[in-house]
Design a protein around this ligand. Structure first.
Ligand SMILES: [Cu+2]
Length: 165
């Protein structure tokens, strides 16, 4: 009796699997991500040519360049380094994955390292949320970003920003 049940269950699973495959075969690939569209669960993809590369378009206050960053449960940012053109305006879209909430502070490296009051930051990015912060990079830096949730910076939750141009 038990053996017969296993056999029946196996047949059901095979049929279900075939149905899934058949359904998948009818799916169209779709248009894919559009420029500026948030894709927090997909791979980290560059939204265009990097600073210094041919075709690069610097962000401006009226049209900031989007840079996506993942804040992980392992207390790391991915990527943990960014390059911006001197003077450009960048919107950081920060997505938290995993169980912890995070912060995202960006600005002069010394201010970010010291968690100085008034340094631009997103104070609380809850689990699985995406929040954004727009910042204009004046001067030559150095600039940095970090999370100052208790213990996170000390654990290594920080990143560097290189300025070119
Ligand atoms: Cu954090």
């Amino acid at each position: 009796m038990a053996g017969r049940r296993v056999l029946v269950l196996g047949v059901v699973l095979v049929v279900a699997g075939a149905a899934v495959i058949a359904a998948a075969g009818t799916l169209s690939p779709g248009p894919g991500p559009q420029p500026g569209q948030a894709r927090p669960w997909g791979p980290i993809v560059a939204s265009g040519p990097a600073p210094g590369s041919p075709g690069f378009v610097a962000g401006t206050p009226s049209s900031p360049r989007i840079v996506r960053i993942v804040a992980s449960g392992a207390l790391r940012f991915y990527p943990d380094a960014a390059t911006v053109q001197r003077g450009e305006t960048v919107t950081f879209e920060v997505t938290t994955v995993g169980m912890a909430s995070h912060e995202f502070m960006v600005g002069p490296a010394a201010d970010v390292a010291g968690d100085v009051e008034g340094t631009p930051e997103i104070a609380d990015i809850g689990m699985m949320q995406t929040k954004s912060l727009t910042y204009t990079f004046g001067g030559t830096g150095p600039f940095a970003f970090a999370c100052h949730a208790p213990g996170h910076y000390e654990a290594g939750m920080r990143g560097t920003i290189a300025i070119i141009g």
